[in-house]
Design a protein around this ligand. Structure first.
Ligand code: SAM
Length: 283
């Protein structure tokens, strides 16, 4: 007998609960929507509809992946960030909601949103930070930098689907090394910042599915901040500003590093949980 949508959802919820997945109900629904290619509204109104065997099998495969701790965003290949849909692949970090704090911090500091600014994103991944900014700043252009060619391909695809590719260039580089001097009005960066010693303790959703090169920040998570900062004085134009995402408890150490390259005032922005999330200053 073909199962009904409601029954499958219930069964999916139980499968995920048994596997110890948080938000089992939500994830089971999202994966059922994916298997059916249905919207949430269709699912809510079509609970009594029956599902063919192929779709039910497909749902089971998706549930098995989630039970193995693969995040729903990776299973469906898409993550919403700044209310925009970003494609994700194994080559890129799954964008985190906290990173929207960085986007907001840049926008809050800009008095003229129509200025023709050049924004450099060091370690762009999906391109989420830069693309979000370009959707808000119609005259700005962006340079997306990553050491990973595969990540740059993902960012390029997202720039195209989100309508900003004509204002972006993509450069494969070890941080800012390949960039011209004085090329940026603003630099944004969310570098890898997890202490190498903590890499073994990450949740399986992170440890097994985010690329390690997007996570591991070396000793105390500080290695890549030093490398990012080494290029800032050269690539930023006079009075140019930079914004760095920081991990929990890292803002003090980052401020010490910033004080080595600038005498300008340093600001800290907290995320919605009240955690220091962005440190910003100028050159
Ligand atoms: C924490 S992820 C941030 C990705 C994206 N900006 C975001 O916020 O979701 C760090 C990114 O830095 C890139 N990266 C790591 N080492 C790098 C290096 N030496 N030069 C340039 N990019 C690097 C990784 O490939 C990854 O895309």
């Amino acid at each position: 007998m073909t199962p009904a949508v409601q029954a499958l959802w219930q069964q999916g919820r139980q499968t995920l609960r048994d596997a110890g997945i948080d938000n089992a109900n939500l994830d089971a629904r999202l994966l059922l929507q994916e298997a059916l290619s249905w919207t949430q509204a269709q699912l809510m109104s079509g609970g009594d509809d029956t599902v063919d065997a192929d779709t039910a099998n497909q749902y089971q495969l998706l549930l098995n992946r989630r039970a193995g701790h693969e995040p729903v965003s990776r299973i469906v290949g898409c993550r919403e960030f700044w209310s925009l849909d970003f494609q994700i692949t194994p080559a890129v970090l799954d964008p985190r909601p906290d990173t929207e704090t960085l986007v907001q911090a840049v926008l809050d500091d800009l008095s003229d949103k129509k200025a023709p600014l050049t924004i450099v994103d060091l370690g762009t991944g999906t391109g989420c930070i830069l693309i979000a900014l370009l959707t808000e700043l119609p005259a700005a252009t962006g340079i997306a930098v990553d050491q990973s060619a595969d990540a740059l391909d993902v960012a390029r695809g997202n720039a195209t689907s989100l309508g900003v590719s004509d204002r972006m260039t993509f450069i494969q580089s070890n941080w800012g090394q390949m960039l011209e001097s004085d090329c940026a009005d603003i630099v944004v960066s969310n570098p890898p910042y997890i202490d190498s010693n903590d890499m073994q303790q990450l949740m399986p959703e992170v440890a097994l599915f985010d690329p390690p090169e997007a996570l591991d920040g070396g000793e105390k998570g500080m290695d890549d901040y030093r490398k990012v900062m080494a290029d800032l004085s050269r690539i930023l134009r006079p009075n140019g500003r930079f914004y760095l995402e920081v991990g929990i408890g890292q803002s003090g150490q980052i401020i010490e590093l910033i004080e080595e390259i600038t005498v300008m005032s340093i600001s800290i922005v907290q995320d919605l949980a009240g955690v220091d999330r962005v440190v910003a200053s100028a050159i």
